[in-house]
Write a protein that binds this ligand. Structure first.
Ligand code: HEM
Length: 410
């Protein structure tokens, strides 16, 4: 295909604030579009829903970066990605993927997640107790971030005192703020994170608890089915995947409601729509944007376009989730939407392992905010909201006002 690759302009604040006009244009231009993504890398964007769904379960498309032909891909990866990501399940194919995923699935059961409900509600209420009297808050730092950080730390058995450290390291590595991270800072943060995890895992081995990491160590020690590097990579993946996306679901969902007051009113009137609303937030403006990377193991034809072996394929879930051929009136936030089979959690063998936890946290967080913060409104004009650029998308800050108990008494 003789198409010029299109640049995704992450340095342009207008694109970062609202990528959907360009996403729409890319989808209308064709089902497969070449694009230059972060780091100047070339990728083939799959923009339509049905093709995206098929691509995510196509075994010819690998999750292992070593199947990429562009040597820059491996060279450019920060050291932390090379060391941490290459032996984790997200970046591996069967049979390794099957073995790694089975081990975690055994420990990360639906029962364990459902049992977290009262504790998630308690953490949510405690965080809101701290902001309610002021009548204003910055909902990312005060709420949407600390909630999933606390939940995943408790689940993994990471002590409360250590959370600020790992949150700082992860921020340096992944959460991009308004600028791309400095590679030296990224590598330093990874060294510290890896050192921390090694120490923490050793102390869990001496004193196991009723937590997920202890269960994984048990699998490592007794069954020898998990190498030390895999154990570190797995702990890192769970810790990080456990919150960097969920913060964006919570803050992005609240931002979407504030930008669509009819839907906010409807949800306040009909709280039973909350589970559907969470699915709609994920479809409408999901945290993974524009999508999910794969590497072509051989020449692969998608919608009549031949993608060469070794190419990076970006299954653009955020673009496909607004495909009008799949979702009627796709640019409208509609919390009553039925049959919402969005791709925000992926599809196929890598389907998000944390989806039940993310859904539960999203429902409790958004439901409690609506109940406890009446007259919720943005404290800045919508055009002044700042967003994280690319990869993981969501509001960088979400300043809001609401009626405090003092207002009501007065
Ligand atoms: C995989 C999104 C929350 C753990 C994925 C994938 C997506 C995704 C798109 C598939 C990646 C691929 O196919 O390459 C999200 C979103 C979340 C969320 C949007 C929140 C709204 C969580 C949470 C956890 C988690 C809370 C953990 C505790 C994982 C893991 C995988 C994964 C371990 C890898 C699964 C595999 O490779 O088999 N997630 N995630 N995620 N997610 Fe999530």
């Amino acid at each position: 295909m003789s198409q010029q690759p299109v640049l995704l302009p992450y340095a342009d604040p207008a694109f970062v604030a609202d990528p959907f006009p360009l996403y729409r244009q890319l989808r209308e231009d064709g089902p497969v579009r070449r694009a230059v993504i972060a780091g100047g890398l070339d990728a083939w964007l799959v923009t339509r829903y049905e093709d995206g769904l098929a691509a995510l379960s196509d075994p010819r498309l690998s999750s292992d970066v070593q199947d990429a032909s562009d040597p820059r891909l491996i060279k450019q990866l920060p050291r932390f990605e090379r060391e941490s990501m290459m032996s984790n399940m997200l970046r591996s194919d069967p049979p390794d993927h099957t073995r790694l995923r089975r081990l975690v699935s055994k420990a990360f059961t639906a029962r364990r997640v459902a049992g977290l409900r009262p504790r998630i509600q308690e953490i949510t209420d405690r965080l809101l107790d701290a902001v309610v009297p002021a009548g204003r808050a910055e909902l990312v730092a005060d709420f949407a971030l600390p909630l999933p950080v606390t939940v995943i730390s408790e689940l993994l058995g990471v002590p409360a005192d250590d959370r600020h450290d790992f949150q700082r390291w992860t921020d340096a590595m992944l959460v991009r703020g308004e600028r791309l991270p400095d590679p030296v800072v990224v590598d330093e943060a990874w060294q510290q994170m890896r050192g921390y995890l090694t120490k923490h895992l050793a102390s869990k081995r001496d004193r196991p608890g009723d937590d997920l990491l202890s269960a994984l160590i048990n699998a490592h020690d007794e069954e020898r089915r998990l190498s030390h590097d895999e154990l570190i990579a797995m702990s890192f993946l769970l810790l990080v995947a456990g919150y960097v996306t969920t913060v964006n679901l919570i803050a992005g969902g609240i931002a979407a409601l504030l930008a669509n007051p009819d839907q906010l009113t409807l949800l306040r009137e009909r709280p039973e729509l909350l589970p559907d609303a969470i699915e709609e937030f994920l479809r409408y403006d999901g945290p993974v944007s524009p999508g999910i990377a794969r590497f072509a193991r051989e020449d692969v034809e998608i919608a009549g376009v031949t993608i060469p072996r070794g190419a990076t394929v970006l299954v653009a879930s955020a673009i496909a989730d607004r495909d009008p051929a799949r979702f009627p009136d796709p640019d409208r936030l509609d919390i009553t939407r039925r049959d919402n089979g969005h791709l925000a959690f992926g599809h196929g063998i890598h389907y998000c392992l944390g989806a039940p936890l993310a859904r539960l946290e999203g429902q409790i967080a958004v439901g409690t905010v609506l109940r406890r913060l009446p007259d919720l409104a943005l404290a800045v004009p919508p055009a002044e909201l700042s967003w994280r650029p690319g990869g993981l998308r969501g509001p960088a800050r979400l300043p809001v006002t609401f009626a405090s108990p003092g207002d009501r008494a007065g």
